[in-house]
Design a protein. Structure first.
Lengths: 208, 208
């Protein structure tokens, strides 16, 4: 902290903690700390306590491992969802993104990350065992691997595929191709190449 | 928060609080909350408590109103500083910026903001009265107005000038001109115009 040379160790402490946040450097942390200093005391208490309370009391759904306030999350508890269809995603943000499409009526399985030896995250740090148990129980008909197309995502996909292929489960991944509204000119070669290889028959109905 | 449709009210609460920070929207707040969830519980406690403690216990120097852990800040308490020279700045970041130059040996007066009717900040919300008291006490020989060159900064400068001009105090502002290392081509017209109007005699010594 002596880089900034702050005149208060209390301020230094808060700036140090705020600069742990991803994408927040020392200067931004100082800006945030000065902002918080101008708030009322009870507002800052509610700020700090809501974060501490979240970390202490948050629960994870025992079925899909998504963040939840209850033992079983709203999605898993919904009898109208297809429990034989499981979409494997990295975290709650992916669940939210897929839910926002209103196109998916199955359940999720939140891995909690991707296999990434560089960050020290191995298969045992993720909820893979729980996914395999589900597969063993024979209640799943199809697993959709919906991890991002990074090296870590592909590694994790492949690891899961190897683990799951011996069960009588259909394993699918998201369709890859040119995004709707995207211009071909600005689409990267790999995506464009894949979208030509995996071209599909022209269909004039709006649903496909 | 229903825009994001989070599955946990604890997470929603934390995201809501985090999104109050300047420059942090709902999506960034969610990213920060998920980051905090992955930290150890004691780390998150120290994060939240350091912020609450800062807001509760922070003090302001009784002389210059800068943030300080003691009644009188390090700068005001330093007998080697020239107490007859007072530089008026907006907040602690400006103090740090000027201190980093190692060119200034006077004291500071931290206003705590700028007069900004749009944000509901009037002269009474700033430490202007305390500056006038200092002027009245007759211990100040020169006041440097070092506020930023925005409309609010200029308004505040002018307000302070009117308040101070009746005291036997020299009132100065920072020199404005083309920055050292800046290219003329990319300097805005107002700055360049001012730097021509206020040109100074060429001096081959390094100190000027």
């Amino acid at each position: 902290m002596e880089v900034l040379g702050l005149s208060s160790s209390l301020l230094e402490g808060a700036v140090h903690e705020l600069s742990r946040l991803p994408g927040v450097g020392k200067k931004t942390a100082l800006r945030l700390a000065l902002f918080l200093l101008k708030l009322e005391e009870h507002e800052v208490e509610s700020f700090g306590n809501s974060i501490i309370k979240m970390r202490k009391e948050i629960q994870y759904c025992q079925n899909c491992h998504n963040i939840s306030d209850t033992e079983t999350c709203r999605i898993c508890a919904n009898p109208e969802r297809n429990s034989g269809l499981v979409c494997v995603v990295e975290d709650i943000r992916d669940v939210m993104a897929i839910e926002a499409t209103h196109q998916y009526k199955g359940l999720y399985h939140v891995l909690g990350g991707k296999i990434s030896p560089m960050d020290g995250i191995g298969p045992n740090d993720l909820t893979i065992d729980s996914l395999i148990s589900k597969a063993e129980s024979g209640t799943i008909g199809e697993v959709i691997l919906a991890l991002s197309t990074t090296i870590e995502g592909d590694t994790t996909n492949f690891y899961l595929y190897k683990k799951l292929k011996n069960y009588p489960i259909q394993i699918s991944t998201l369709a890859r191709g040119v995004g709707i509204g995207d211009e071909l000119e600005y689409t990267d070669e790999v995506t464009l190449g894949q979208s030509i290889l995996h071209r599909k028959l022209f269909d004039d109905s709006l649903n496909t």
